[in-house]
Write a protein that binds this ligand. Structure first.
Ligand code: F6P
Length: 538
């Protein structure tokens, strides 16, 4: 048995004991529970004390991290080694947010100078748009940016914009991802082509949805402005030849490198629309916050390392307690897109069934992630969270202060975040419910019928992440926390978190089906698929 297998066994055995006690009982049994399970990183407070692990279980989890040599894996990541082995690439998103003068190398090639030069170009371009120095084809300043991209070329920028946008903005930023024509119809509605900049974002510049929407946007510009409409096109891509062929003016093309994974790309020129909408200074602060989390991840001991602890808590639930689903609920409307972002980050990165060297994984991998903004979801899926038959661990993200409006409303929001975590863990025992019903004068029969329905089993775990304010720095740190947490999980599971072969088959088959829908020769399909295609062609 290897050290790693033994460490996994120890963790799984530890978790088996968790069913025999209640989380809340651990606070009395473990006087230093809060001290060990509440850590601060890059300005974020992470509270993992409402997790089902005891401190002895935590030690078993930390031993697993040691046995998996997380620190060496992390050092290989930061050193720009080809950790994305199936594509022979580094995964060096940390280089994109490193402070000026850093010295990152991707597989030995220095990259920091190029990163800084691109960042400076982005800032200068954004400033020209924001100040009105760069005007559109008819001489009008730009008042809108239409960001076209999907997946990693959409989720991050859309989240950052929603999280940090001014309530009233001189420049509006809109997003179009889906190839559903309704998406572009709504994205273009009310925009004046003469005042709109179209930023096409695609690492490959071949993604069907993005290219279709980009063609629609280009046609919309040309219809109003003639060939001069192409001057309103901007592109962000690694495929500079394809960008040029599309007609984007050379000085409006922003590149990045293949060591930037799509779901890790918001820090690169993929964030250009945000730089234009929010200003370069805000974007720099976002990067600085992420860099602070990078520093923490690199330097903090495992026992106080926030990404490592969050990964271990999630793994304790996923593998130790067999929980295949996790909820993420930001108690911040501005963060309502965080669950979407995390769905791609975690499920595209770690939704794998074989190890990086092609063997079946020994343990279940990524949990399915779902969620939306609190308090809204309290009126949607929280019934199931409290009283459903499955235990669904939850990450709750809350923000202490806001300048968006009424502090009283903000206190209500915070009270709900805290109370839900408490209610999920503590629950409400049947005896208490019975006593209350009895005091109200209900009959024994009524109490027998109602009490079980009003009982809350509790013992449902949460991770609580508290931000002092939703500043660009804290947002950057939050996203980087989850990036590194996802990486740590991937190392523990032995998978490559940086490829996504699982998205390819559907893309290939969609092209075949499309050619049939457009009148091409019929292909070979299962009967159900053939029937559907026939139906759609009829
Ligand atoms: O969903 C698959 C995927 O390849 C993602 O990894 C990527 O973020 C997205 O498509 C968009 O790709 P591109 O930026 O090349 O258009």
């Amino acid at each position: 048995m290897t050290d790693l297998t033994a460490a996994w066994d120890r963790l799984l055995q530890a978790a088996a004991g968790a069913d025999e006690r209640r989380i809340v009982s651990l606070f009395d049994a473990e006087p230093d529970r809060l001290a060990r399970l509440c850590v601060t990183a890059a300005g974020l407070e992470l509270d993992l004390s409402k997790q089902p692990w005891s401190l002895a279980d935590l030690d078993a989890a930390l031993a697993l991290a040691l046995a998996a040599d997380i620190e060496a894996a992390r050092d290989r990541l930061f050193a720009g080694e080809p950790v994305n082995a199936s594509e022979g690439r580094a995964a060096l998103h940390m280089a994109l947010r490193a402070p000026k003068g850093s010295d990152f190398k991707a597989q030995g090639e220095p990259v920091s100078a190029e990163v800084e030069a691109t960042r400076a170009r982005m800032a200068a371009f954004a400033e020209k748009i924001r100040s009105g120095a760069l005007k559109g084809a008819t001489g009008k300043p730009f008042r809108a940016v239409l960001h076209i991209g999907i997946g990693g070329s959409d989720f991050g920028p859309r989240l950052v914009w929603e999280a940090l946008r001014p309530v009233a903005s001189a420049i509006q930023v809109r997003f179009a991802a889906n190839v559903d024509p309704a998406e572009m119809a709504f994205a273009l509605a009310g925009l004046d082509p003469a005042e709109t900049l179209v930023v096409v974002v695609s690492k490959t510049f071949t993604t069907q949805e993005t290219m279709t929407n980009a063609q629609t946007a280009r046609a919309w510009l040309r219809a109003a402005l003639g060939p001069a409409g192409d001057a309103h096109l901007v592109a962000v891509s690694t495929a500079l030849d394809l960008v040029e062929a599309f007609g984007v003016p050379a000085d409006q093309v922003f590149g990045f490198r293949d060591w930037v994974g799509g779901r890790y790309s918001v820090w690169s020129s993929v964030g250009l629309s945000c730089v234009i909408g929010l200003g370069a200074e805000v974007f720099e602060r976002l990067l600085a916050g992420a860099a602070a989390m990078d520093d923490h991840f690199r330097a903090a001991p495992l026992a106080t390392n926030a990404p490592v602890l969050l990964a271990l808590a999630h793994i304790f639930n996923r593998n130790g307690l067999g929980r295949p689903v996790r909820a993420v609920v930001p108690y911040a409307q501005r963060l309502h897109l965080l669950p979407n972002f995390l769905q791609q980050l975690e499920m595209e990165s770690n939704g794998k069934r074989v190890t990086a060297d092609g063997r079946p994984v020994a343990h279940a991998t990524a949990a399915a992630v779902f969620g939306d903004a609190g308090t809204n979801v309290q009126h949607a899926f929280f019934q199931l969270m409290h009283q459903g038959t499955d235990v669904i661990p939850i990450d709750i993200i809350a923000v202490r202060e806001t300048s968006d409006g009424d502090p009283a409303a903000q206190r209500i929001l915070l009270a709900n975040a805290v109370a839900q975590a408490e209610a999920l863990m503590v629950g409400r025992p049947e005896a208490e419910v019975r006593a209350e019903l009895s005091a109200k004068g209900l009959s024994r029969a009524e109490i027998d019928r109602l009490a079980p329905q009003r009982t809350f089993p509790g013992d449902r775990p949460s991770a609580f992440i508290l931000l002092d304010r939703l500043t660009p720095e804290r947002l950057g740190a939050l996203l980087a926390l989850y990036e590194h947490k996802t990486f740590v999980e991937g190392v523990l599971w032995g998978i490559n978190s940086f490829d996504q072969w699982g998205v390819e088959l559907g893309k290939t088959l969609a092209s075949r089906v499309l050619s049939e829908l457009e009148g091409g020769p019929p292909g070979t399909h299962d009967p159900s698929t053939s029937r559907l295609i026939g139906d759609l062609k009829a």
